[in-house]
Design a protein around this ligand. Structure first.
Ligand code: PLP
Length: 401
């Protein structure tokens, strides 16, 4: 689940949680604060790009996304633009399972049983270049311009005065790791500024080293108005999520009686904050960002060796986050039918990869993919092992088709 940045068995992280539990088990962040939350908030604000200096904690990624949408809505109501409530996000993108986050999610199959969802979720194309429309196929920059301009077209179609925010992952997970084409985020930022729409970078996966930087937006060089995070902030040793918000968005709530009317009891739990601080200590001590940056080219090159297999259509990603799209016909890029995909992924691959010792994700929420998100401590020997397991299991999968 894209969580384990520092790997398992780190006693110093577990012990930091235990120490905190015996010192102060719980204290609310409603109206109050506690030392570990303050220290962690300061540390995150220092690491975050630009003026993202305000931290709001949650317990999960869905809650972080929910909080970001609620903040956007309340912010616009407070500053006299009450009509702005809609959110734009991308096809097949996953943003969580609570009602608001689900309305932002672009996966029809997991939404349908819960309709009607909160109104205002608008979809635009994602950046799957492998499946780009014919008129931009083969032109990565042109594809990126088109995909970004689709956001502008959606804003104009809906009416800019109704659109609150655009929610984008730096590198889209669901569908199998779609990196942004060059220039994509610069153009999205321009479009958001032109129409007064907030840019929310959903970094529940992409923050904390997954792409070789503390935040995915730093890797691709754009400035969000809000970053949502979870998962890697504690490397899974304890649950925590949150959002980093620009000073500007918190201004209406910083003075007088106005406050952001949202929160959950266990948000920023002291044990989780202590664990997050210890997790970040490991990042620093072991220069994990440096490790990802030094080794990501090796990871890419090793996975690309799999391109010689007939079932491998595309290998894509950045940092330590890759998707391998599986196809029935390499030349035509034909994908599998729903039945074939079911048999391939759930009937064979998930189990076979796990049994062979590779914990990864076989997913067909878009086209069938295998997703890899190794701990940031990994080096070439681990990439070789990953490649060998994939080669043998994918070769057997092809033979079984
Ligand atoms: N946003 C993104 C981009 C995610 O990948 C996820 C979970 O995978 C979420 C939000 C939801 O996070 P959680 O499962 O912690 O609620």
């Amino acid at each position: 689940m894209f969580v384990s940045q520092i790997g398992h068995g780190r006693k110093e992280v577990a012990e930091a949680g235990a120490r905190q539990g015996s010192e102060l088990a719980y204290f609310p962040l409603w109206s109050y604060a506690h030392p570990r939350a303050i220290e962690l908030a300061e540390r995150l604000a220092d690491l975050a790009p630009g003026n993202l200096n305000r931290v709001f904690f949650t317990t999960s990624g869905s809650e972080a996304v929910e909080a970001a949408w609620k903040l956007a809505k309340q912010y616009f109501k407070t500053v006299g633009e009450p009509g702005r409530y809609k959110v734009i996000s991308r096809d097949i993108a996953y943003h969580g399972t609570s009602m608001g986050a689900l309305a932002i999610t672009g996966l029809a199959g997991i939404k349908e049983p819960f309709e009607p969802l909160p109104p205002g979720g608008i979809r635009v194309p994602n950046t799957n270049f492998y499946r780009a429309p014919d008129f931009v196929a083969g032109d990565l920059a042109g594809f990126g311009r088109w995909a970004a301009d689709e956001i502008e077209r959606a804003i104009l179609r809906e009416g800019p005065e109704t659109v609150a925010a655009v929610f984008l992952e730096p590198l889209q997970n669901s569908g199998g790791c779609f990196p942004p084409p060059p220039g994509y985020f610069a153009r999205v930022r321009e479009i958001c500024d032109r129409y007064g729409v907030l840019l929310v970078s959903d970094e529940v996966i992409c923050a904390f080293g997954r792409l070789g930087y503390y935040f995915g937006s730093q890797r691709y060089g754009y400035q969000p108005d809000i970053i949502t995070f979870a998962k890697g902030v504690t490397s899974g040793y304890s649950p925590l999520g949150g959002m980093l918000v620009s000073d500007r968005l918190m201004e209406p709530f910083a003075t007088g009686h106005a406050s952001f009317l949202h929160g959950v009891t266990f948000a920023g739990h002291p044990v989780s904050c202590a664990v997050a601080l210890a997790n970040l200590d490991v990042f620093e001590k072991e220069d994990l960002l440096g490790n990802v940056r030094a080794n990501e080219a090796g990871f890419r090159a090793t996975l690309q060796k799999l391109n010689d297999l007939p079932i491998v259509g595309d290998v894509r990603g950045d940092g330590y986050f890759y998707g391998i799209e599986l196809v029935k016909d390499k030349a035509t890029r034909e994908t599998f039918s729903d039945d074939e995909s079911e048999r391939l992924l759930r009937g064979f691959l998930s189990q076979a990869l796990f049994e062979a010792g590779l914990v990864c994700r076989a997913d067909d929420r878009g086209d069938p993919v295998i997703q890899l998100s190794p701990p940031l401590t990994c080096t070439q020997e681990h990439f070789d092992e990953i490649e060998q397991i994939l080669r043998s299991v994918l070769t057997e999968a092809w033979a079984r088709l």
